[in-house]
Design a protein. Structure first.
Length: 232
């Protein structure tokens, strides 16, 4: 059975890191635009990117400030899809360690294993950025698009429009995050989906009014339409 293990140091308290992984607003500040949490063991975390792309993993372990575990069932005889968040630290510095397990050894799991392994470091860098700036000040502007060209082409065409400093770019695959003006962050995830690409573009803004968030949405929608045509 295969697993991923990734960790990151965050200039924040364990309580602040816990808020980022255990509340709807916290999750929205780094992972997906729509989220809610029913806290405690037996509760659930609901996450959603767009219609048809949502999940509600169960909460199996709930130890505030220390350990959160969520689990989703796979079709039999597969093992559950399990994500553990371990929080260690005190005062102003915290280590968040993520362990994602439940991947079988067969080739059927290769695509999911490679995709999640590429994406998790990007997500944790987005989480670090948001926690250090305050998850409750964050607005998440996410655009999701299926594009009928390979991920490398999507990445290459978008590159001239990304003016920010790279904070983490995956050594394999086509995803990364970039710090823009006013501490905003941009996350790009270009995943292979058959002969096409599944693009998730996420801009995180801090302390921004609603009209600024809407302007960011219009800005990136215009760029995507210009490069790849309007969605069908």
């Amino acid at each position: 059975m295969r697993k991923h293990e990734v960790q990151i140091e965050i200039a924040a308290s364990p309580e602040q890191v816990w808020e980022a992984i255990s509340t709807g607003q916290g999750i929205q500040s780094w992972f997906c635009p729509i989220a809610s949490v029913e806290p405690g063991v037996g509760g659930k975390t609901t996450i959603k990117w767009t219609e048809g792309m949502e999940a509600s993993p169960r909460i199996e372990i709930w130890e505030p400030g220390r350990h959160l575990q969520t689990s989703s069932d796979r079709p039999e005889p597969g093992q559950p899809n399990v994500v553990d968040y371990f929080i260690e630290g005190s005062g102003g510095t915290t280590i968040l360690r993520l362990v994602h397990s439940g991947f079988g050894d067969s080739a059927d799991f290769n695509s999911e294993y490679e995709s999640t392994g590429t994406a998790w470091p990007v997500f944790l860098n987005l989480l670090k950025h948001s926690v250090e700036r305050g998850v409750n000040t964050c607005s998440n502007v996410t655009l999701f698009r299926m594009i009928e060209v390979p991920p490398a082409t999507v990445w290459e065409k978008l590159a001239p429009y990304v003016s920010g400093a790279p904070r983490y770019v995956a050594p394999k695959g086509h995803c990364g995050c970039f710090e823009l003006a006013d501490s905003a962050m941009l996350g790009l995830f270009c995943e292979k989906c058959g002969g096409s690409s599944m693009l998730t573009l996420m801009q995180l803004l801090y302390g921004a009014p609603a009209e600024q968030a809407e302007a960011a949405r219009e800005h990136w929608t215009g760029i995507l339409n210009q490069l790849f045509g309007e969605p069908k």
